[in-house]
Design a protein around this ligand. Structure first.
Ligand code: SF4
Ligand code: SF4
Length: 201
């Protein structure tokens, strides 16, 4: 795990870049649109993306406290989003330890539980999933690794099906899926969800 950790130097650079952009504004031509996209997500409990870069002070506490090195802020190429926390679940997913939401001093990550977490929604690409497109394939990796197996993901005639109301978007299934397609995506990918949606378990 150690080699995957975001280094302190890299963190400080990203934070400094974010602070500079906040003061001076983004360089001409630099990104103004959010880097949040399929499989690139905010940590648990995040406020809506529209206000995230204004509310996050880029203190780096969430990055430092994550024991898995899941959170990696983008650099200055992402303009006003530099230094804010992102999780690329294809590299290291969120293991839902919930430490980051405890240390965030601004409420940009609010203190929610594992089950309340909605970083995104897992979506199966049935054309790429071998279990869906090959009669005899027996892969059930996404089902097997899901921390909420039988709640967030079930098997329908031995094929995985995501249950929208209970999927946390942690990305553990995406990370584990053995199928990578040309775009770099997997056969199961996480679509970001911005709004916090509580559910009854
Ligand atoms: S289906 Fe995937 S993203 Fe959803 S809770 Fe299970 S492992 Fe996490
Ligand atoms: S891990 Fe990937 S290939 Fe295997 S069943 Fe799940 S989506 Fe399909």
């Amino acid at each position: 795990m150690a080699e995957n950790r975001f280094t302190r130097r890299a963190l400080l650079k990203a934070i400094a870049a974010g602070a500079a952009v906040a003061v001076m504004g983004p360089a001409p031509g630099r990104a103004l649109s959010s880097p949040v996209t399929t499989n690139i997500l905010r940590p648990p409990g995040a406020v809506p993306e529209e206000i995230f870069p204004a509310k996050c002070i880029r203190c780096g506490r969430c990055v430092e406290v994550c024991p898995y090195g899941s959170i990696r802020p983008p650099d200055v190429r992402d303009g006003i989003f530099a230094g804010t926390p992102l999780i690329d679940v294809t590299k290291i997913p969120c293991y839902l330890c919930m430490k980051c939401v405890e240390v965030c001093p601004t409420g940009t990550l609010s203190r929610i539980s594992q089950k309340e977490t909605r970083m995104g929604l897992a979506v199966i690409d049935k054309h790429s999933c071998v279990t869906w497109n090959q009669e005899l394939a027996l892969c059930r990796t996404c089902y097997n690794v899901c921390p909420f197996k039988e709640k967030a993901i079930k098997l329908d005639q031995l094929r995985p099906v995501v249950i929208e109301d209970f999927c946390t978007g942690c990305g553990i299934c995406t990370h584990g899926c053995p199928i990578t397609v040309k775009s770099g995506r997997k056969a199961i990918n996480i679509q970001p969800i911005y709004a916090f949606k509580p559910v009854k378990w």
